[in-house]
Design a protein around this ligand. Sequence first.
Ligand code: AMP
Ligand code: MG
Length: 413
Amino acid sequence: MTAATPTPRAPLMPLDDALARLLEHVRLIEGTQTVSTFDADGRVLARDLVSPLQVPPQDNSSMDGYAVRVAEVANEGAMLPVSQRIPAGSAAQPLAEGTAARIFTGAPVPQGADAIVMQEDTQATEDGRVTILRVPEPGQWIRRSGEDVRKGSVVLAAGDRMTPASMGLAASIGCGRVEVVRRPRVALFSTGDELAMPGEVAPADMKPGAIYNSNRFFLRALLVRLGCEVGDMGIVPDQRDATIAALTKAARNCDLILTSGGVSVGEEDHIKPAVQSLGTLDLWQIAMKPGKPFAYGRVNNTHFIGLPGNPVSSLVTFVLLVRPFLLKLQGATNIAMRPIQLPAHFELRRGDKRREFLRARRNAEGGVELFPNQSSGVLTSAVWADGLVDNPPGRTIARGDMVSFLPLAEMLG
Ligand code: AMP
Ligand code: MG
């Protein structure tokens, strides 16, 4: 008998490959919903928004002052009678020749006027005339019709994610309601017999070995921020049957089942066999730190994603993999991370074998600092951080080297 050859360890999968493979499985979910523009923040537009009008609708003044014809005030000190008064929201008469019109910010520029003189550059007389103290440039202080939005143009496109600014823009073209992709339904559960719920078990009553379930809190919040409807199934014990039951229930009406923990390959990790007994599962060892174990599979038509249990690994794999997945599910077009290059105000003497996402924070000097403890269990690092330094495998970093920084604010919603 020959000695059994050990099965060679599969090489770790590069993160970019894992992301590409994950995104290959995603199709836009069916179904749209028409919501009030007030409620559209964070939602993905299902249709282009085409403007039925010009914004601003007509040429208007960007100053309080006087509307004039430049040719009539070519010399400093010209004096003109004031022929009309145009507050914002009123209609203007054509500007009578040889006169000026009193005008206010946002008011329509009268036909014939070709500049606004701000009131600080004028002197009004008691008997209704005004002296122009400074010769205006043609077009001065006039906001042109359509300079913001042209009639017929696409102001926001299908696939754009609404922001407060885009809600304002939609409102500016008269959209009180917008059609958005429906919310993805996500079933969330945590695995682990060691987990206890804050509020249910007091710190003094924690059993030996017990820890509080922290993943459930940030995963749920992240899902909500990404526009999902969360079916929170709580904690599922480390048992095959319980895991199968939870998965079966979750698969009934969800687009995605998201779990944390139980995707390593210890015998207490029941996710893999449970998902495999109901559908298919790939367990990926991703060449990233924190992170590494990550599972993608399917139960019927429902996607399954299993995140690692360590809180920081769970958080980082969520933002780097699940976030783009959920955005693509909703048809969002802009899902790429946008790193910025910043100088390191720290040293890293030994780069990890895996691509590492270091919890980091920008300082007032424009550099990046690292949290001292980069362990994947230390959630304090993620709270302290405002971003992740994306460090390639094996790269050492000297103070002043430029590093790739991913702002968390952008990725947490
Ligand atoms: P696992 O992936 O299940 O092997 O878990 C890896 C580590 O993460 C263990 O130390 C677990 O106790 C911890 N862990 C798993 N799930 C959670 C959770 N929901 N909240 C906090 N820690 C967790
Ligand atoms: Mg576990």
